[in-house]
Write a protein that binds this ligand. Sequence first.
Ligand SMILES: N[C@@H](CCC(=O)N[C@@H](CS)C(=O)NCC(=O)O)C(=O)O
Length: 198
Amino acid sequence: MSKLQIFGATRSRTMRALWLAEELGLEYDQRQKDESGLDYLAVNPAGKVPSIDDNGLVLWESMAINMYLVKKHGGDLAPRDLAEEAIILQWTFWAMTEVESTALTVLFNRVLRPEEERDTGLAEQGEGTLQKPLGILNDALADRQWLAADRFTVADLNVAAVVSWVKMAKVDLGTFPNLTAWLGRCMERPALVKVLKG
Ligand SMILES: N[C@@H](CCC(=O)N[C@@H](CS)C(=O)NCC(=O)O)C(=O)O
């Protein structure tokens, strides 16, 4: 039985898998895709991160990795029944399809790209587009602490990993107090603090 291998840099979508591995108390090696001697395209044909190798099971797509790991290892972050699993998947797919790409557009054009390469119009437009999904998330958290259950689950982890980019992109969250408080609760998780320090 070999140790779980997680491929990718912390400051990438790999953070999601690292965060979950820490939450689950897993032993793992973090590896970089450009390490010498590694044919990374054999791990992930797209050359992207994250990927994992779990004792011969090679898997890519960050959210698929997280659903696999949480279901394999169980515990409080995992769905306890089919209904919880459905809600966890609902929020996970929602974050990936309704928030992620727009959040990245704003992040790149407001923060990550060199100033002369930023398109501020695109960033503004993206911030506008995000208002509706952010409002949906804010409303969902009006009378609950966590998204899928009365405890922190992988739904919160997956969605917070995406929504943290919205915050990094300096989108004004002033009109979304429930979302802001929830994101704070997620980002304070010791497992995430450990990953980001690492
Ligand atoms: N849908 C994929 C996206 C993976 C992805 O785009 N990863 C980025 C890093 S965050 C990457 O590897 N980019 C390098 C590249 O596109 O070559 C997932 O969620 O795992």
